[in-house]
Design a protein. Sequence first.
Length: 136
Amino acid sequence: MIRIAEKINPQKYGRLLSKTLPTIIKSEEENDRAILIVEKLLATEKKLSSEETVLLELLGRLITDFEENFYQPRNASPHEILIEMMNARGFKQKDLAEVFGSKSRVSEAISGKREISKSQAKALADFFKVSAELFI
């Protein structure tokens, strides 16, 4: 840290800090604000000053810390993945009747009442052009 302090001008860095007011990020709104500042820094045509580089690193760390804690991925169930893929592509249950063999089987799979079989997972993988592992 001493080496960084030797390379930056405390007055210039202080002015940057007073403009941006970086703090521990606790909400999506604060995260969006920090991302916007980072984007502005990165969008400049000129080379970043040492002070701007240090601020960029600080904001990057704050954003990463927030996102690692706030956006914790969880394992989705096969039927949740199916629903998400259908929604992303604008499909209805009837669009998958051929894949499952009937509308009632599609309904059971989507509701989670019936597990997706290995043969259905393979058919869904072919249909959506993804790995069958998503549906198993």
